[in-house]
Design a protein around this ligand. Structure first.
Ligand code: BTN
Length: 260
């Protein structure tokens, strides 16, 4: 199997991941590995990305030494993946955050993790057909996660609205521990969901920790935008917004929370 300059390394608990000093985008490398039949949960981590991608065609800046940029191959899930991954990420990060800051660790629809109103982490999910011949039309997913673990030497760019996990932890953080905790949570949750699907508890966790619901929001998807109050979410994870013209359901896009 080609690894595109990423080498297997062991995380502190023994989990194996592919690591590279630099890749164009870990999502691309993970997708390539998936197309070559790499098993589910194969993970690619890079210290730098030259073409890191965010949602809605945005770019994603990875800060060497202090950022985590990684992508995981995930099988099809019955709970919408952005919802499931947000819940796993929130749970994994909660374990590192000091009790005083835990209240401020939250999810913003669809899958940003914030501390207060600043962004700690973003998720980019992409899907590809399983390689022939045995695929039966099945698809696999590449979940890319960008997380600011520490603060870069010169600080974050003023316009980035970024925050770092180490600002709200009790002790300095080693990135490998954070990465392993997230991967463990993802694998545990997906395994549980496969054996005993429990959508209700995942959705309930998401809604309990999501700051979007009940807020005045501006929704946008790059072409369109509208304002209203975010009321709820459909079982597919789409946002329901009450606008002056009536209720609309948004399946892609992003929201700006009133006051941001
Ligand atoms: C967003 O908030 O817009 C999503 C950001 C996702 C960034 C991660 S970093 C690892 C992976 N590789 C990429 O090119 N993007 C994702």
């Amino acid at each position: 199997m080609k690894t595109y300059m990423a080498e297997p390394i062991s995380l502190p608990g023994g989990r194996r991941v592919y690591f590279a000093d630099e890749l164009s985008s870990t999502n691309d490398t993970a997708a390539q590995l998936g197309k070559e039949n790499a098993p589910d949960f194969t993970t690619v981590w890079a210290d730098r990305q030259t073409r890191g991608r965010g949602r809605l065609g945005r770019s994603w800046q990875t800060y060497p030494d202090v950022g985590l940029a990684f992508s995981v191959i995930i099988p099809t899930t019955s709970v919408p993946l952005p919802i499931l991954v947000s819940v796993c990420l929130h749970k994994a990060l909660s374990a590192f955050v000091s009790p005083e800051a835990r209240e401020r660790l939250c999810i913003k629809w669809p899958n940003d993790i914030l501390i207060g109103d600043k962004k700690l982490s973003g998720i980019l999910t992409e899907s590809y057909p399983r390689p022939e011949p045995a695929s039966g039309g099945e698809r696999f997913y590449v979940v890319g996660i960008g997380l600011n673990v520490g603060v870069p030497a010169g600080g974050f760019e003023a316009a980035s609205n970024a925050a770092a996990l180490c600002d709200v932890t009790k002790a300095p953080l080693e990135r490998t521990f954070v990465l392993e905790a997230i991967l463990n949570e993802l694998e545990k949750t997906l395994d549980l969901q496969t054996r005993n699907p429990d959508h209700a508890s995942v959705i309930a966790y998401y809604k309990n920790h999501c700051v979007t619901f009940g807020k005045k929001v501006q929704w946008r998807d790059g072409q369109n935008s509208t304002e209203g109050v975010a009321r709820d979410m459909t079982p597919e994870g789409h946002l329901i917004i009450q606008t002056a013209q009536g209720e609309i359901t948004c399946n892609v896009g992003d929201v700006i929370l009133h006051g941001e």
